[in-house]
Design a protein. Structure first.
Length: 40
């Protein structure tokens, strides 16, 4: 899992913030990295 990177767009994060945050926290606990695309 430490070699897996999940990419998510800023728009998706904002649109589904609560649900996405929960999933991202769980993925991070597993050692999966998160990349934010289209930031700004």
């Amino acid at each position: 899992p430490n070699r897996i990177i999940i990419e998510i767009t800023e728009r998706s994060l904002i649109k589904f913030f609560d649900e996405t945050l929960k999933v991202l926290i769980e993925l991070k606990k597993l050692g999966i990295q998160i990349a934010l695309d289209d930031f700004g």
